[in-house]
Design a protein around this ligand. Structure first.
Ligand SMILES: N[C@@H](CCC(=O)N[C@@H](CS)C(=O)NCC(=O)O)C(=O)O
Length: 223
């Protein structure tokens, strides 16, 4: 495989938090180098990666041009949007709304749906109390988004934003999470609209490791 040096190096895995950044990179048409971490094998705990993200989680981004290393998907999305001007809100009020809904995703939707996934698929022990709690919390959050989308085309405003990208990669997983989203027609309308965007489809595709047969970590260049 030819290795080409790129200014943007993106550390990821094919999960909702990684997919958010993949989608943005495609929306912005950025050229980047992708390093796929095998989370099951523990690549995220290797010292070399902990130097990039001391929290040992994907996604992380290195911008060689700026000499910058960033972790936390919300921070990466905000950084890339400011750097490129892509999906940048046009007013201070809209920017605040985007940040508010982005934080809501990172602090609420991600942890609750993530825990639900874990208690459904990540552990062999069935814990009914935990399942009940995370199912209830997840559905509550779908309800919050439903109410918001009943009054607004997109989550933060009438414009598609990084807050939509962030929430989309999580809320699209309802089937895997065994959730019934029939009571949330606005969420369904919004999921379908975002899924139809070519950059979203390209981002989800780019998020898949270059070769599932390869051992350990793989490098590929996306452009
Ligand atoms: N708040 C973080 C969450 C990152 C996160 O939880 N990443 C998961 C994958 S979706 C991960 O790296 N898990 C591996 C581990 O916890 O060992 C963000 O939004 O970037």
């Amino acid at each position: 495989m030819t290795q080409i040096t790129r200014n943007l190096v993106f550390y990821t895995a094919d999960t909702p938090n990684g997919q958010k950044v993949s989608i943005f990179l495609e929306e912005a048409g950025l050229v980047y180098e992708q390093i796929d971490l095998d989370l099951a094998k523990g690549d995220q705990h290797q010292p070399a990666f902990l130097n990039i993200n001391p929290n040992g989680k994907i996604p992380a981004l290195v911008d060689r041009e700026e000499g910058l290393t960033l972790f936390e998907s919300g921070a990466i999305l905000s950084y890339l949007s400011s750097k490129t001007g892509c999906l940048l809100p046009s007013t201070a009020a809209e920017n605040l709304a985007v940040q508010q809904w982005l934080f809501f995703q990172v602090g609420g939707i991600g942890p609750m749906l993530g825990q639900l996934w874990w208690f459904l698929h990540g552990t062999e022990t069935v814990n009914d109390q935990a399942l009940k709690r995370y199912q209830a919390q997840s559905l509550r959050l779908y309800g919050v988004v439903e109410r918001r989308l009943s009054e607004s085309t997109f989550i933060a405003s009438e414009n598609y934003s990084i807050a939509d990208i962030a929430a989309f990669t999580w809320l699209r997983t309802w089937e895997e999470l065994k959730l019934d989203i029939t009571p949330y027609p606005h969420v369904k309308r919004w999921l379908a609209a975002i899924a139809a965007r070519p950059a979203v489809q390209a981002g989800l595709q780019a998020s898949r490791p270059a070769s599932s047969a390869a051992d350990s970590r793989m490098t590929s260049t996306k452009e």
